[in-house]
Design a protein around this ligand. Structure first.
Ligand code: ADP
Ligand code: MG
Length: 375
């Protein structure tokens, strides 16, 4: 693979810590002018990735190229990189003993050796752009969190970097200040600066980026446009993450499995995810009817049942998938009338499908809140 318009290229990057390997094999390219949102569950190595790109830490294996030059090569001058790659952290990291304008001027004068007047003029110009001209002589602790983060962005921009990395830039802020910081980030994006932004805010990611990387399983698990990733994710984990689904899986592999334990697990899952009580009750009832009344008497020895619940908090609905072994048979066609009535009574959209595999029978159903239409 070779450069083209690539500003940044990461090849087979691996990062191991004692006790954790957040990055197993990361491959990605960021092209000039792209605004890349990086999303994924916490602990999947998003911050670790930015620290490797920024060379704050050395990778265990793999290579990173900036404009076709390998920055992970031994002897590469990291101070050159500091001019090209700017980073903004969750906690603003301003120097508390320096005024705003001195914070902004520190790196350009020290690292680039530019004349003070030139750097000062540029600092004032950038401050005006983010609406903070009047704060030039203030100290960081005289500013709000939102103002400090805007200054941190200006400080990074003062180096005229080729790419800006943001690690959760708004997640330490009071909610009332998120908007002003996002507006500044959007303004910088529109000016054509290449960016990688790690964020938990899906709405923000969707609005600001023209590309989204979903990180999971030690690498870039899915890569696409915001329309693709948020509108039509292709892979299972992306889909679950995007829809904020809460997933519970129970396995039954014996006729004398721990029934009480399964009930307790479903109850705890419901509590943890703030599920409406009637949905939890329906889930427990379904498990009992389908597993113990309808399936276990019919399944071959040993039985195999995989019970998956995906709870969607927005809709307050749960999707249940029941996979089971044995010859193809639709459990909803079986004889126990009372159990079938109970199942139908608390579900909708019941589908059966025979697929390949050991647990090739698959029953899917949806559980919704019981609507109370009368007092
Ligand atoms: P994310 O930003 O996606 O939430 P991180 O990159 O912060 O994830 O962390 C990924 C994993 O690596 C976590 O399990 C974390 O505990 C571990 N980790 C991160 N930094 C270090 C470190 N300096 N030493 C040991 N483990 C670390
Ligand atoms: Mg992080």
């Amino acid at each position: 693979m070779s450069g083209g318009g690539a500003l940044l290229r990461v090849e087979h990057l691996k990062k191991e810590y004692p006790g954790a390997t957040p990055l197993a094999d990361v491959n990605l390219t960021v092209n000039e002018g792209e605004v890349v949102a990086v999303i994924g569950p916490s602990g999947t190595g998003k911050s670790t990735l930015l620290r490797q790109i920024n060379q704050m830490e050395r990778a265990t294996a793999g290579k990173i190229f900036f404009r076709d030059e390998e920055i992970t090569a031994p002897g590469y001058r990291v101070d050159l990189l500091r001019q090209n790659i700017g980073m903004i952290f969750q906690s603003f990291n301003l120097f508390s003993h320096l005024t705003v304008v001195d914070n902004i001027m520190a790196a350009p004068t020290a690292l680039l050796g530019l004349p003070r007047q030139e750097v000062y003029d540029r600092a004032k110009e950038l401050l005006a752009k983010v609406g903070l001209s009047q704060k030039a002589l203030s100290y960081p602790d005289e500013l709000s969190g939102g103002q400090q983060q805007r200054i941190a962005i200006v400080r990074a921009l003062a180096m005229e970097p080729k790419i800006l990395l943001f690690d959760e830039p708004t997640s330490a802020l009071d909610p009332t200040m998120v908007g002003e910081v996002e507006a500044v980030i959007r303004q910088v994006a529109e000016s054509g600066v290449t960016m990688m932004i790690v964020t938990h805010d899906m709405e923000f990611a969707r609005r600001i980026s023209n590309r989204v990387l979903y990180m999971d399983e030690g690498g870039v698990y899915e890569d696409g446009t915001p329309e693709q990733i948020f509108g039509n994710p292709q892979r299972e984990k992306t889909r679950q993450f995007i829809r904020r689904l809460k997933v519970l899986t129970l396995s039954v592999a014996s006729r004398d499995f721990d029934f009480i334990g399964c009930h307790t697990t479903i109850e705890a899952f419901g509590q943890k995810n703030d599920m409406p009580k009637d949905v939890v009750r329906s889930l427990m009832m379904l498990f009992e009817e389908i597993v113990t009344q309808l399936l276990l008497p019919r399944l071959p020895e040993p039985p195999r049942i995989v019970w998956t619940v995906e709870y969607n908090p927005k809709e307050e609905s749960a999707e249940v998938a029941v996979q089971y072994n044995g010859d193809a048979f639709d459990v909803m066609e079986s004889g126990n009338d009372l159990s079938l009535r109970i199942v139908r009574g608390c579900t909708e959209n019941v589908r059966y499908q025979a697929e390949a595999g050991e647990t090739g029978n698959r029953l899917s159903l949806t559980v919704r809140r019981i609507k109370k239409d009368f007092p």
